[in-house]
Design a protein around this ligand. Sequence first.
Ligand code: G3P
Ligand code: CA
Length: 255
Amino acid sequence: MFTRQTTQIIAHRGSKGTRPENTLLAFQAALDAGADGIETDVQLSRDHQMIIMHDEQVDRTTTGTGLVRELTLAQLKVLDAGIRIDPAYAGTRIPTLDEVIQLLQRNHFTGIFNLELKTNKFPYPGIERQLATYFQHQSIGFRLVFSSFRAQSLLTLRGLYPQAEYAKLFQTASRQAKRMQRLHQVADLHPDIRWVKAHRFWLPHMQLRPWTVNTTADMTYCFKHHFAGIITDYPARAVRLRRQIQGESDSWKKS
Ligand code: G3P
Ligand code: CA
């Protein structure tokens, strides 16, 4: 019998809605909530370390100021990435990519690890080769999905590391994304949920993982249409709602 796909729940910057974003606390909370995947962002520090951070500047989420690319790993590591959300999270540090991978391995994670190359503002020359070399030396038990707003980053990394899955991020620039999918340069599209809602007529043909799907109405829409995935700040809430709409589903935790 034909069964429709279960929508995978991917935790945006970890469980961003309930923990300091892009920290080990946020990733662990997402795994504990039963998320099928984790989405996060990588950039390079001044000394070329792979740093997990969304903004190009540290000002919004930490106690520091300045650009990630102008600070060394040692300078980034003294910043507090938790206290601005809640004093209870004081002492939380900015993680490196390797620290996140170690966390996933400790959890025996076999779900989706969606790593966004944050190369749309600063291209971070060499980041693609660095990522390819890093993952070539890892034994990964999870599904690795690279995404980016910058097409060239995906094409470069895919040339170096074809064994991963690739997804094009976009807000409104759908033509380039669709073309990349048609040419099999990317498997999936990661659109802004606002674009999805404005183009509903076009949807049945696509493998979509929209972001950032936070409201009950948007989650319900995506679950009812059995999208490939959603990227959400609230994985625990999404897991509960998906159970109501799509029923029980297999989790990587049970596999
Ligand atoms: O990967 C989806 C989403 O994270 C893209 O936007 O700005 O949150 O990185 P942003
Ligand atoms: Ca992101």
